[in-house]
Design a protein. Structure first.
Length: 111
């Protein structure tokens, strides 16, 4: 089944990624929140690289969490992928995410 969205869309010098969860080989990665966050970031890195970009090009991120108790661990892992000046960011608590995931992250990057 084809899903009605793209992994990323480029428009006017910006690249918008779709939200990524911690899928690996088509299944949600078992493991710690830190391992799951690393998988989300790995998935996003792959999308950015296909656009010729990397995390230094990211200007804004959105993190969705189903439990704000995860915030500190997700934040620590997420931060390891960036250096100052950090991208603008928002973190939003949501009731649920696709596939029963606990974490989803999307990004906007500048070319």
């Amino acid at each position: 089944m084809s899903l009605p969205f793209s992994p990323s869309v480029s428009k006017n010098g910006l690249v918008f990624t779709s939200g990524q969860v911690y899928l690996k080989d088509g299944k949600l990665l078992e493991g710690t929140v830190e391992e799951q966050t690393h998988q989300v970031m790995t998935n996003l890195k792959s999308i950015l690289e296909k656009e010729g970009l990397n995390f230094e090009n990211v200007v804004k991120t959105t993190i969705y969490l189903t439990d704000m108790e995860l915030y500190e661990k997700v934040n620590e892992t997420y931060a390891s992928y960036f250096k100052e000046p950090y991208p603008a960011r928002e973190t939003v608590a949501v009731k649920e995410l696709p596939l029963g995931a606990k974490i989803e992250i999307s990004m906007i990057a500048a070319k």
